[in-house]
Design a protein around this ligand. Structure first.
Ligand SMILES: Cc1ncc(COP(=O)(O)O)c(C=O)c1O
Length: 400
């Protein structure tokens, strides 16, 4: 069934691939439809409850979700919000980041990581990543701090990203941050649900941000996000910032804030999805293991670093330098298999960010990854026949 080639799948975006219900013969990159089918009536009932109580803003499901997420990851406070980007921004606003401050962040990431920094007026200083884990390279982080100081900036924070779903080396990052007097903000937009040394993401650093964008491992039906923290004072500030900097009520404005709440409808959906999330993480890991077994001897497959687990937001392989990546993608597309490139440019290569500093020594790994990575379909509902088809197609395309 999922095997037919489709000419119009060519440059399909993830959004297109997520909405293939009308074109069931193609392999979805992420199968939101299969999950919806599994949840069936429970989702309908959750939505009906919101439509009957009509509390679309800050309805009871929002507090219920915050409690459920706290129980899931062990964080003391969960402050849901309108997106993963706002989750990052709210923490930086609460910490008073401003012009003259430097925030160290990886360059090989989605743009929101550095964007949130730039929005505060602070300077993102881009650092390199490790080729195998795709996560922040600690030696480059140290060089980035030196770069920031040399430029007269004050290094205030590190945003560490758990890229493609795998937790970063949080102990190593924390040690550098502590030594330099910086706080750590974990960007777990892709990694929420993964763990580090047996502890779920959500309790590392000062705060953790995540995204509930529909394509994320735990996604809603629109935009959404959350901040996790054990810090009581920070949590109170975040709750104020997400409603226009409110004080005793929303018409008492004690700081500049945002409209950054999570809709009740999205909270209701997430409550249902959270019930099957653990099971989905197991299923995603089974797909990743099977891919590694079938592809590990022909392309560079992602490897889990010691103490780290992944929720496999993406399954990203590395092609040999000089491989015709577009040709490789076209060969897979011809067999009905969509691919995606995360990220064709690292942040420091983007027009909007190329004037910000990069760590001394350059970001050669990020640049090489941007030239050689390609991601394969992965989700909890990818059956073994389809996995085998993808494995065979990749092996065939690589050996051409
Ligand atoms: C690493 C990373 N950070 C931040 C974000 C921003 O999340 P959102 O799209 O919910 O604003 C994303 C989303 O794609 C992401 O992948």
């Amino acid at each position: 069934m999922a095997r037919q080639a489709s000419s119009d799948l060519a440059n399909s975006s993830v959004q297109d691939s997520m909405n293939l219900l009308s074109r069931p013969q193609e392999i979805p990159f992420i199968d939101v439809g299969a999950q919806r089918q599994r949840l069936g009536k429970s989702l309908d009932a959750a939505l009906a409850r919101v439509l009957s109580h009509n509390q679309f803003i800050n309805g009871p499901e929002v507090a219920q979700l915050e409690a459920a997420l706290a129980a899931f990851c062990g964080a003391r406070h969960v402050v849901t919000c309108s997106s993963g980007t706002d989750a990052l921004l709210m923490v930086l606003m609460a910490k008073g980041l401003a012009r003259g401050d430097a925030v160290l962040c990886p360059s090989f990431t989605f743009c929101a990581t550095g964007e949130a920094v730039a929005l505060t007026g602070a300077t993102p200083v881009f650092v390199d990543v490790d080729e195998r884990s795709f996560n922040m390279d600690v030696a480059s982080l140290k060089r980035g701090v030196a770069t920031a100081r040399r430029l007269g900036l004050t290094p205030k924070a590190v945003i560490v990203v758990d890229l493609f779903g795998q937790s970063a080396d949080h102990d190593a990052i924390a040690a550098v941050a502590e030594g330099e007097g910086m706080f750590v903000l974990d960007d777990a937009a892709q990694g929420f649900g993964a763990s580090y040394k047996g502890r779920r993401l959500g309790s590392f650093g000062l705060a953790t941000a995540t995204s509930f964008f529909p394509a994320k491992p735990l996604g809603c039906f629109g935009d959404g996000g959350a901040v996790f923290t054990d810090d009581d004072e920070l949590a109170a500030m975040l709750r104020s910032i997400r409603v226009h900097g409110q004080g005793s009520d929303k018409y008492d404005n004690i700081r500049v804030g945002l409209t950054a709440r999570l809709d009740t409808i999205q909270a209701a959906i997430l409550l249902e999805k959270l019930k099957i999330f653990e099971d989905e993480i197991v299923a995603r890991n089974a797909v990743a293991e099977r891919y590694a077994g079938g592809l590990g001897n022909i392309v560079a497959v992602p490897r889990l670093a010691s103490g780290c687990t992944s929720v496999w937001a993406q399954y990203t392989i590395r092609l040999q330098e000089g491989t015709d990546r577009a040709g490789f993608a076209a060969a897979l597309k011809a067999q009905g298999i969509p691919t995606a490139i995360y990220y064709p440019k690292s942040m420091h290569q983007q027009i909007a960010y190329r004037d910000f500093p990069v760590a001394e020594g350059g970001l050669t790994v990020s640049e090489r990854l941007s030239d050689t990575v390609i991601s394969l379909p992965i989700h909890a509902y990818l059956d073994e026949d389809t996995q085998d088809h993808i494995i065979e197609a990749v092996r065939g395309a690589v050996s051409v």
